[in-house]
Design a protein around this ligand. Structure first.
Ligand code: EPU
Length: 293
C-alpha cells in the first residue's frame, strides 16, 4: 500500500540527503517528507508506527553526518508554513521549529530585542538548535527558553516548560519528541547595542571558523575546560587528510569536505583524531555532530 499518498505535504522517494546537509555528504532517504501541518505530521507518525518505519528529523542539516548507503527510513523535514511562523507577544518571541536562527536574529534586530545575539552566525533551525542546545562559549539557547511546544510520537501535542526539559552541554532530551515551536524571553534594548553585539559575534566566527568548504562546524564537543580544536591542533593534525575529508588548517575541530568526501572518509578521520588525542592527552573526545547510520 502506498500509505504516503494520503499525506497532504510533499513526499519524495529516494531523495539524496547530501542536498540537505551542510557537509554535502549522505546517501538517499527512502522517504523524504515535508508534512503540510500538524494534522499531516500526526498522520505521518501514525503510519511510521503502523509500518514500523523509523523517523529521523532533519533541520538545516548543519550538525549531521549521513552515511553513504542512505537511510531506510522516513526523513522528516519540517519546512511548511505552520513550522515557519515567527511572532512577538509582550517580550516573548515565538518561533516555529523550521525558522532559521538567522531569521530569529533579523527579527530581534527589527524589534530591538536583546538576548539572542550569541546565536548569530550559527547555521541551523530553531528545532535543531533546541534539540542539541546550540550555543557558543558559556551560552546556549536553553538560557532563553520559556517553553517548547512538541509533538510526541503518538501525535499528542504538549507544552514543556523549561524545567521539564533536561538541557545539558550541546544536548537535551527533546530528541524524544518532534519540536514544533519555542517561546523565548528577550528584553528590549536599543538598536545600536544589538547591532554591535551581533557584529562582534559574526566577526569572531569569521576570524576563527573555516567556511572555505562544506563542513558540519565543530565535530567534537569541548571536554571540560579546554577546546577540542586546541587538543587536535596540539597533536599536529591540521591538514591531515583521509580520502576527501580534511582537518582544517584554520580550526582543527573542523573537518572539511574538500573533494567529494564520503561519510566513510569522515568517520575514518574522526576515529583517527580520537585515537591520536587519546594517545597524547588521555582524553576521550565525543562527537558533537550526530552520525546517522
Ligand atoms: N585553538 C587552537 N587551535 C585550533 C582551534 C582553536 O589552538 O585549531 C584555540 C584558540 O586559539 C582558542 C581556543 O582554542 O584559544 C578556543 O578556540 P575557539 O574560540 O575557536 O573556540 P572553541 O572552543 O574551539 C567553541 C565552539 C564553536 C564556536 C566557538 C566560538 C564547541 C565544540 N565549539 O569552539 O562552535 O564557534 O566556541 O564561540 O563548543 C560549533 O558548534 O559547530 C562550533 C564550531
Amino acid at each position: 500500500m502506498n500509505w504516503w499518498k494520503s499525506l497532504k505535504g510533499r513526499v519524495k522517494l529516494k531523495e539524496p540527503l547530501k542536498n540537505y546537509t551542510t557537509f554535502k555528504i549522505g546517501g538517499r532517504a527512502r522517504y523524504f517528507i515535508e508534512p503540510q501541518d500538524f494534522t499531516d505530521l500526526k498522520l505521518l507518525l501514525n503510519f511510521s508506527k503502523r509500518y514500523r518505519i523509523p523517523v529521523f528529523v532533519i533541520g538545516r542539516g548543519s550538525n549531521i553526518l549521513v552515511n553513504d548507503k542512505g537511510m531506510d527510513a522516513i526523513v522528516l523535514h519540517l519546512n511548511s508554513g505552520p513550522f515557519k511562523q515567527i511572532s512577538l507577544s509582550n517580550n516573548f518571541l515565538e518561533a516555529g521549529s523550521a525558522v532559521l536562527l538567522s531569521q530569529v536574529i533579523n527579527f530581534t534586530r527589527k524589534h530591538n530585542l536583546s538576548g539572542a545575539e550569541f546565536l548569530s552566525g550559527i547555521p541551523g533551525t530553531v528545532g535543531g538548535a533546541l534539540v542539541m542546545n546550540a550555543g557558543v562559549k558559556g551560552r546556549s539557547i536553553s538560557n532563553l527558553v520559556e517553553d517548547v511546544a512538541v509533538m510526541d510520537y503518538n501525535g499528542k501535542i504538549k507544552t514543556l516548560s523549561k524545567r521539564d526539559i533536561n538541557f545539558g552541554y550541546r544536548r537535551s532530551d527533546l530528541s524524544k519528541y518532534i519540536v514544533l515551536s519555542v517561546r523565548m524571553k528577550l528584553k528590549k534594548t536599543n538598536e545600536r547595542e544589538i547591532n554591535d553585539r551581533i557584529s562582534r559575534y559574526l566577526n569572531y566566527r569569521k576570524v576563527t571558523q573555516d567556511l572555505s568548504h562544506p563542513s558540519a562546524g565543530c565535530i567534537f564537543k569541548n571536554p571540560k575546560g579546554i577546546s577540542a580544536g586546541r587538543l587536535i591542533d596540539l597533536c599536529g593534525l591540521k591538514g591531515r587528510r583521509i580520502g576527501g575529508a580534511f582537518v582544517s588548517l584554520r580550526h582543527a575541530n573542523f573537518i572539511l569536505n574538500l573533494k567529494k568526501a564520503s561519510a566513510k572518509d569522515v568517520i575514518n578521520l574522526i576515529s583517527f583524531i580520537k585515537h591520536e588525542v587519546r594517545k597524547k592527552f588521555l582524553v576521550d573526545l565525543k562527537p558533537e555532530i550526530k552520525i546517522w547510520n
